[in-house]
Ligand binder design. Sequence first.
Ligand SMILES: Nc1nc2c(ncn2[C@@H]2O[C@H](COP(=O)(O)OP(=O)(O)OP(=O)(O)O)[C@@H](O)[C@H]2O)c(=O)[nH]1
Length: 324
Amino acid sequence: MNNTNHPVQDIDDIHWILGLLQNFEAGLIVVDRDQHICLWNGFMENHSGIAASKAANQPLFKLFPDLPERWLRKKMEGVLLLSNTAYISWEQRPYLFKFKSHRPITGNSPYMYQNVTLTPLSSPTGQVNHIGILIYDTTDNAIAQQELQAANRRLQSLSRVDGLTGLYNRAYWQECLEKEFARFGRRQESSCLIMLDIDHFKKVNDTYGHQAGDIVIQTIADTLQKQARKTDFIGRYGGEEYSAILVGTNGANAITFAERLRMEVEASVIEYAGHTLSVTISIGISEISLEQYSETEWLEEADKALYQSKQSGRNRVTLFSDSQ
Ligand SMILES: Nc1nc2c(ncn2[C@@H]2O[C@H](COP(=O)(O)OP(=O)(O)OP(=O)(O)O)[C@@H](O)[C@H]2O)c(=O)[nH]1
């Protein structure tokens, strides 16, 4: 911009600025206090199909009856009253002007997502009687963000592993349970389901903190994983509860497995921040059988056996029997 106040140069400046505004890759509108349009740039012409000559002096809300009038009027009043800029993000309101999106390939968005800025414009005398409305097309960002969120959701559901322990997560373990139950229907080879729960775990958290609790959960997961066969399915069922399917193992052998595990946990100590922690576990076992109507029943039996272990003093193993 020149500082010489040369009249010809000033006119040139204004001409250039108007040219820039006209071709600016964002919508530019200026309205007065009564929302009559004073400026309407090329972006607005292209996307609304309304020429600047037609838009000039028209009331904005008459030209665009779809606009959220009450809400926008209030925003504009605030801008004029406080002389403050207001922002409207696409996350808050996907668009202000219902323009078609020019990205038909994605098919995700029929309308253009917009970020909008309302700026108070002061006259040379310092009065604020106009508002500049800037409209940015944020469709690319919005679609990218939505696609990322959808991909994350898909990844999460595809994930098989529990983040803390590296064991199967509950959803995937449940799938394994369904498959193993169906397989028994065909081959009738014995398998056992184990439910395992850390005793008085709440006390560990309460006494040493959540981080200590996490380490205990991880250590027991490692012990369980090491004792099991590669063909077994070991999962983290919930907070401090684990589930396992010992494939091809009958009830008697599952008791031997569970007892060994129980004794190993009882005998081991976990070092944490200068403390020596020691916990015990309770275990319930259910052997698969033709009497079980579904995998849910198989699971419920193991749960009942676990409950029995807890009720009879904890730190013990119970094999489900019909009498329970
Ligand atoms: N540190 C940690 N704690 C967890 C996690 N998930 C669940 N918990 C805690 O595990 C505790 C479970 O407590 P309860 O269900 O009352 O059982 P308990 O104290 O083990 O008692 P019994 O099972 O009856 O022997 C709660 O305090 C949970 O906050 C986790 O991922 N990390």
